[in-house]
Write a new protein. Structure first.
Ligand code: HEM
Ligand code: FES
Lengths: 252, 232
């Protein structure tokens, strides 16, 4: 085996289905190239599991380019693992050392029930979007460019919030399992733009209400969400959500 | 939607918790300010400060009821945040980790509920022992400008001649410092105030405030203990 390939011990959460009891199971991952991504490492482990007639470890992925938000797991207690601004699919094995013990667990939250192993159901996020994360005004045909003037810094702010890929790492990392970062990013990217303003009050109230009814916790400002966010969405979005909420509350 | 269901949402709770938290910080600062007179060798200074407050009569009662309400709203909103967190993640992680970087998670932030509950127990004990403690009828009397008044200075000095009382106060004041280390900046964030330039300033102010308030409050019992000859 090439000199700097890794031999690892994995502790992986295995759970057959929703509601069934799961447990941590130990696996060996030997001869892992440091050029692999974390998911490729799991692919290798799964190949050998399949060869041995065992059930492969279920995990989600789609683009494997860090843009779709499908992948996500908690690695050694940190959502998406040890690298900042990185999804698991973009996390490379060169960030690990030979002999490492790695704990791999699904995102844990009442709002994200485990479907199998590391795969969780994030329908709750779709429900939050459905509650108001859109603009319903009839816009007619596409407007001419520059018809609505938006200052560069405002456009930038909206883009920063819109960078959210909805992966759910913020929930996984939050000690309260709060979905405040996700919800606030989805509120913010609309609230700062003129097209989003007319519905901003009803939007914030119904999205917050949906977030609560999906069983997510309240936010204690630990800021762990921003730290794990692959898109580095700032908790200033959460502050904006609260301002918007306050405005809706006093009915301004 | 009714205002009530809006107010009790996860965000509404934080607006209440943050606002009442800042109210309590304001109270604590004023409280320390008044208590600094205990460092003086002239007992009249502290006693006349207390008397001035008492002479406010109805106004003082109104303020006290207001303060009690602020405490209750703070505690109820805080406990409700804590309960939502317990329900939101019934099954925890086998391996816990911290992301570092932009995170503000700290000993202070994860122990808010514990430092808070200890503060609550402490405040009840504190109010019973001193505010509702022995007064004029029990012989704690002094004369200020020809008028009879409660000798609170004597009571406080006797109280802090006791090493047990001093130890508890010192420990709890350190915990108050921890509560405010996360609490101060957090209250601004809860109220929606976050700004790339000012948030770091608020954060540092919270740090300094936590140290100054804890130090101020814990030095009073230590100072008195030393000055009363350590319990004799
Ligand atoms: C002198 C007394 C107190 C002061 C000055 C104080 C101050 C504060 C401040 C400024 C905050 C930040 C508010 C926010 O995050 O929005 C806070 C939060 C908190 N306080 Fe207090 N507090 C006091 C007493 C208490 C008591 C008696 C409890 C009892 C349960 C308590 C429990 C909490 C909790 C749990 C939080 C965090 C809430 C969360 O996780 O979102 N505090 N406090
Ligand atoms: S698989 Fe698309 S972001 Fe990781």
């Amino acid at each position: 085996m090439p000199e700097n390939n890794l031999n690892l011990t994995l502790h992986v959460w295995r759970q057959n289905g929703q509601g069934s009891k799961g447990k941590m199971v130990e696996y060996k991952a030997d001869d892992i190239s440091t050029d692999m991504s974390f998911l490729e490492m799991l692919d290798v482990v799964n190949e050998s599991l399949i060869k041995d007639g065992e059930d492969p470890i279920a995990f989600d992925s789609d683009c494997r380019e860090g843009i779709c938000g499908t992948c996500g797991m908690v690695i050694d207690g940190v959502a998406h693992g040890p690298e900042r601004a990185t999804t698991v699919c973009q996390l490379h094995m060169r960030h690990f050392n030979n002999g490492d013990k790695i704990y791999i667990e699904p995102f844990r939250a009442k709002g994200f029930p485990v479907i199998k192993d590391l795969v969780v159901d994030r329908t709750s996020f779709d429900n939050i979007i459905k509650a108001g994360g859109y603009i319903s005004a009839n816009t007619g045909s596409a407007p001419d460019a520059n018809e609505i003037l938006i200052p560069k810094d405002v456009a930038d702010r909206a883009m920063d919030s819109a960078a959210c890929i909805g992966c759910g790492a913020c929930v996984a990392a939050c000690p309260n399992a709060s979905a405040s970062l996700f919800t606030s990013a989805k509120i913010s990217h609309l609230a700062v733009l003129p097209q989003g303003k007319p519905e901003s009050q009803s939007r914030v109230v119904s999205m917050v209400q949906q977030m609560d009814s999906e069983g997510f916790g309240s936010c204690s400002n630990h800021g762990e969400c921003e730290a794990v966010c692959p898109k580095e969405i700032s908790i200033s979005n959460i502050a904006r959500m609260r301002r918007e909420y306050f405005k809706a509350l006093v009915g301004k | 939607m009714s205002a009530k269901s809006k107010g009790l949402s996860s965000v509404g709770k934080k607006l209440i918790n943050g606002l009442t938290g800042l109210g309590l910080v304001f109270f604590v600062i004023v409280h320390l300010g008044g208590n600094l007179t205990l460092f003086s060798s002239n007992p009249d200074l502290f006693n006349s400060y207390a008397k001035k407050l008492h002479d406010l009569g109805f106004l003082l009662y109104a303020a006290e009821i207001g303060l009690l309400a602020v405490f209750i709203f703070h505690i109820v909103s805080a406990i409700s945040v804590y309960m939502s967190k317990r329900k939101a993640r019934a099954y925890g992680y086998h391996m816990k980790g911290n992301a570092g970087g932009a995170s503000r998670k700290s000993i202070s932030s994860v122990s808010m509920i514990y430092t808070g509950i200890i503060l609550m127990a402490f405040i009840i004990w504190h109010v019973i022992s001193l505010k509702f403690g022995p007064g004029i009828d029990q012989g704690y009397t002094t004369v200020l400008k020809g008028e009879t008044a409660r000798d609170l200075h004597k009571l406080v000095y006797e109280y802090f001649a006791n090493p047990f009382n001093v130890s508890v106060y010192v420990i709890v004041m350190v915990l108050l410092g921890f509560h405010l280390r996360h609490g101060f900046w957090s209250a601004f964030q809860s109220l929606g105030a976050n700004h790339p330039k000012y948030t770091p300033v608020i954060n540092t102010t919270g740090y300094i405030l936590a140290i100054v308030l804890a130090a101020g409050f814990l030095l009073i019992p230590i100072w008195i203990f030393i000055n009363t000859g350590g319990g004799v």
